[in-house]
Design a protein around this ligand. Structure first.
Ligand code: AHR
Length: 508
């Protein structure tokens, strides 16, 4: 069954920010302790960071890491993480003791080691406007006041220049510490933003948002003039209370949702007059919700009921080609909307539902990692018009909200080119669990390419996964493509993500 992609390389949608390939790191389970940071491990550097994890993050050019939460942050007081000796405290979000050994200085060191921008999410739950603006003082003032002096006393003379700051996490949700009404929220964001900007007017401010007009009308009426971003989140598998894997086909049906969410959020920005003024940060997203039963509701008393189950996130067989293909479709949606989506953060980068799994002897790269490896190394900056016509697909139950049989088109694509026009790179996700799809590409009249390569994630089954005993079952494959003019047909294997990279010849 043929599918046609008609490309207009001169019709630009926008220039995609590399921040779309961002990551998220929270103080939860083994993301920080035993994840990126494991002092004393033979695999760690002198600062305690896992060298294998750092190398894996560098290979996908992580552009930004959002930290320290997530729900964790809504009762986190940052000073405890920069005051020596560090004092542990009880983390009421996740009902464990937080040692405070990993704080702002360690986080910024992590970002510097891999060349990522820091993006700090602040405590709008139990925190205050002053505590948050003091955090900006600690990071961004040179020497003025007690907090910049404390940073210098901690051995960090130069300001960190943290550019991205979020006011709050999901304070709209009853599950969040210090949840707020929309009226309370607008006022808190406005007063906090004002103080943060007084410390450093160059910071870019985000505020927790949801796809709800009333919430955003109030937020933007009160604080829109201070903000640069609105932050939205998305988890689709409904797996926070159960650790089930919905199966490949149902996961593909859920991959239709992010596009709709982005359209909805774009509509809210339009309705409030902020389209083009604020950008969307999809700063927590993943096919799977993190597995942490009996914490968001009900108060279990036995740790075996609410702490031990979190180890269920470490079952690598749960992370299959469904995750990799969902990741490709999600990134395609962000890239196709790059005029409005400026950042997205995979949630999280290490362990839990992340793409890099750590164990005592090394790491396992889960399938989603390879989608990022392909996209960050082969897709280009300029997103152009690519019109996809297809009737291939299948029906599956979309279990995200009210279960409904949904038609899932097989292919999902995004078309990009280099600024100088010499490279064309098409991201193509094939959601079909069994069938390869032949993609007939109309390159445009007189468009010629001297060489090409097809890259794809190779997996012997739609439910294939990598694990400690078999770390390479899923990996990257490639083959040469012929020189082409006007048209090119390429077969995209089933249940995979591919990049078709075409290069013009050397300029005559
Ligand atoms: O399941 C993890 C949580 O999901 C994050 O801490 C929070 O931001 C979101 O609700």
């Amino acid at each position: 069954m043929q599918t046609k992609l008609t490309i207009q390389t001169r019709r630009e949608i926008g220039t995609a920010s590399p921040m779309i390939y961002g990551q998220f790191l929270e103080h939860f389970h083994r993301q920080v302790y035993g994840g990126v940071w494991e002092p004393g491990s033979p695999l760690s550097d002198a600062d305690g960071f896992r060298k294998d994890v750092l190398d894996a993050m560098r290979a996908i050019h992580v552009p930004v890491i959002r930290w320290p939460g997530g729900c964790f942050v809504s009762a986190y007081h940052w000073v405890g993480g920069v005051t020596n000796p560090r004092q542990p405290y009880y983390d009421k979000a996740w009902r464990v003791e937080e040692p405070n050994d990993f704080g702002t200085d360690e986080y910024v060191a992590l970002c510097r080691k891999i060349g990522a921008e820091p993006y700090i999410c602040s405590n709008a739950g139990t925190g205050t406007s002053e505590e948050t603006s003091d955090w900006v003082e600690y990071c961004n003032l040179d020497h003025e006041g007690p907090w910049a002096k404390l940073r210098r006393a901690n051995g960090h003379e130069k300001p960190y220049g943290v550019k991205y700051w979020s006011i709050g996490n999901e304070n709209y949700g009853a599950w969040e510490m210090g949840a707020k009404t929309e009226t309370e929220w607008g006022r808190y964001v406005a007063e906090t933003a004002k103080m943060m900007k007084r410390v450093d007017p160059t910071v870019e401010l985000f505020a927790a948002s949801i796809m709800d007009l009333s919430w955003n009308v109030n937020l933007l009426k009160e604080a829109g003039r201070y903000l640069d971003w609105i932050s939205v989140h998305g988890y689709y598998g409904g797996t926070d209370q159960n650790n089930n894997y919905n199966g490949f086909e149902r996961s593909m049906a859920q991959s239709l949702l992010p596009d709709r969410q982005l359209a909805h959020t774009r509509g809210i920005l339009e309705a409030t007059g902020y389209l083009g003024k604020l950008k969307i940060a999809f700063d927590e997203w993943n096919l799977k919700g993190w597995y942490h039963p009996n914490i968001m509701s009900g108060y279990a008393t036995d740790p075996k009921d609410y702490i031990l189950p979190r180890n269920g996130n470490d079952i690598n067989s749960l992370y299959t080609m469904a995750d990799a293909v969902f990741t490709g479709v999600f990134l395609n949606a962000c890239l196709r909307n790059c005029d409005t989506v400026g950042m997205a953060n995979f949630s999280p980068v290490v362990n839990t539902r992340g793409m890099i799994f750590t164990h005592k002897e090394g790491i396992v790269l889960r399938p989603s990692y390879y989608t990022f490896l392909l996209y960050t190394n082969h897709l280009q900056d300029v997103v152009v018009d690519g019109y996809l016509e297809q009737d291939a697909g299948f029906t599956a139950l979309n279990v995200a909200r009210d279960p409904v049989e949904t038609f899932v088109p097989a292919l999902d694509t995004v078309t990009t080119r280099s600024k100088d026009g010499t490279i064309l790179a098409i991201g193509a996700a094939n959601r079909d669990p069994e069938n390869a799809q032949t993609l007939k590409i109309d390159l445009g009249r007189d468009e010629s390419y001297a060489s090409g390569t097809l890259y794809w994630i190779e997996a012997d089954d739609k439910d294939a996964y990598n694990d400690i005993d078999r770390p390479d079952r899923v990996g990257i494959a490639s083959r040469e493509l012929p020189a082409c003019t006007d048209f090119l047909s390429v077969e995209i294997p089933p249940h995979t993500v591919a990049v078709i990279e075409l290069k013009k010849g050397d300029k005559a």
